[in-house]
Design a protein around this ligand. Sequence first.
Ligand code: GLN
Length: 293
Amino acid sequence: MSDAPAVTGTDPDSAGSGVPDIAGALAWARAQIGVMDARVLLRHVLQCPAARLVSHPEARLDDADWQAYHALVERRAAGEPVAYLVGEREFFGRSFLVTPAVLIPRPETELLIELALAHFGSRPRPRVLDMGTGSGAIAITLALELDQADVTAVDASREALWVAMANAARLGASVSFVQGNWFEELDGERFQLIVSNPPYVAAEDPHLTEGDVRFEPRTALAAGADGLDDIKTIVAAAPHHLEDDGWLLLEHGYDQAAAVRGLLTDAGFSAITSWADLAGIERVTGGHWPGRH
Ligand code: GLN
């Protein structure tokens, strides 16, 4: 960092040097994208802890950092999700790489993890399948949190699987990745636990044209007229891939819990339950597979 006088104020270019200090850069960005995103993107560019932005407001950015920050702030202002701009998102206490090939992991999906741990935390070496793994957040977290779990993760997208495999390598998780459409490549395979955060948004839902989801893969989000197409496929096939005394746990949309319970009932599941996320919305529904005796 140079000893040049700090540049502050809302227009970082006004002081002539063209390159602002931390306070100036943040003030400029905050006006466009809000204080939270302004800080996250600056930390990403400077690769520094949050505390440095507060403790060194007068530290001058170098030219390359300022240009990189400027470009990221403009992309954020145009709507791109922060997670794609910084290339990672935290899930269940770990950082996962994300690209536009995968859905950005969401905090409500941690409920799926907590339920899987509650049901299988004490079973040794559980065989687990994650359907539509995307970034691999669910499969990898379960591989790391469950005792010696044997985890398989499926996705139709080759690009998504590259991201998931990179995450598994980075986090030291052992997961078997399979490219295929739902159960297509899993003939004859059975698991004790099947989990999924499948696409579940109705194709015409206006939510798909707003905010971050505009930049996410549509195939990871939308599932037919009522959003239930993929959930129906999974529920129908799951009994052929669950061991006796297995469980199926599915994340779903805010208004789909009753419909998913109905599908599980029709398919012969028992102990069917829906659980609410932290926002109080029924977000995961599951059922026990007693087996066919
Ligand atoms: N929860 C996401 C959303 O509404 C949807 C995720 C999904 O379809 N699996 O943005």
